[in-house]
Every structure is written in C-alpha cells, then in structure tokens.
Design a protein. Structure first.
Length: 127
C-alpha cells in the first residue's frame, strides 16, 4: 500500500509553495488524477476555513487534468468545485467532455420511453 502524498495535518499546515511543488512533482511522476483532484478539493476547504490564500491553487494543473485526462468517476464527482477555474465556454466543453455519453444515453432513453410507453398508454386511457 502506497503512502499518501500528504497527511491530513500536512494539507492544513504546509505553505502553499511547498504543497504546489510537491503536487506538481507527484503528478508528473504518477499521473494520478484521482488523488490529485481530491487533494485540490481539500485545499479549497483550507482556503475557505483558513486565513492563508489558497484560491485558484494549481490552476494550470486543474485545467490540464479536467480538459486533457481520461474521464473517471472521481473527475465527474469533483469537477463542479473547479468551475471558477474556467471561462463559461471552457466550462461547457469540460462538462460535455465529462458527461457526453451519459447525457446522450439519458436523452435517448427518455425519448424512447415517451414514444413507446407513455404515448401509447395515453391513447388507451381516452378510449
């Protein structure tokens, strides 16, 4: 079992420069999007709770991960926390990239249900 990059205590006590340097090195070596995004969400919590400025921490890395890496459940789960890192056009691209297949399938299923189940049953009710 691998040792985590940061302990919970370190996430809330290390300086921003140290965290950014370690995270950049970690991501470069491992390309572990899941752990990286989870740590970045924890840093957003630190930004809200603490006095140090952690706003837009590792903006370049976040943008690279959400726009270029393979989609995963973790990215889809946490992507909403990084909306301010993107312009509105870029945000639409990120959203479509992460949820394209789900949205397409959902729309097709709803269309089929309405065509083959709801409409025929409504015709029977009137007769």
């Amino acid at each position: 079992m691998e040792k985590p990059l940061f302990s919970p205590n370190q996430i809330f006590s290390l300086k921003r420069k140290t965290i950014e340097k370690r995270m950049e090195n970690y991501y470069t070596e491992t390309h572990d999007e899941k752990a990286t995004i989870q740590i970045l969400v924890a840093l957003q919590v630190r930004d809200e709770l603490g006095q140090e400025d952690f706003s837009f921490c590792m903006k370049g890395l976040v943008r690279r991960i959400l726009m270029k890496s393979k989609t995963s459940r973790t990215l889809r789960r946490y992507y909403i926390y990084f909306k301010n890192y993107f312009s509105s056009k870029e945000w639409k691209v990120v959203s479509l990239r992460l949820f394209a297949v789900k949205t397409f399938v959902k729309e097709k299923i709803e269309k089929l249900v309405s065509q083959f189940i709801k409409e025929p049953l409504q015709g029977l009710v009137g007769s």
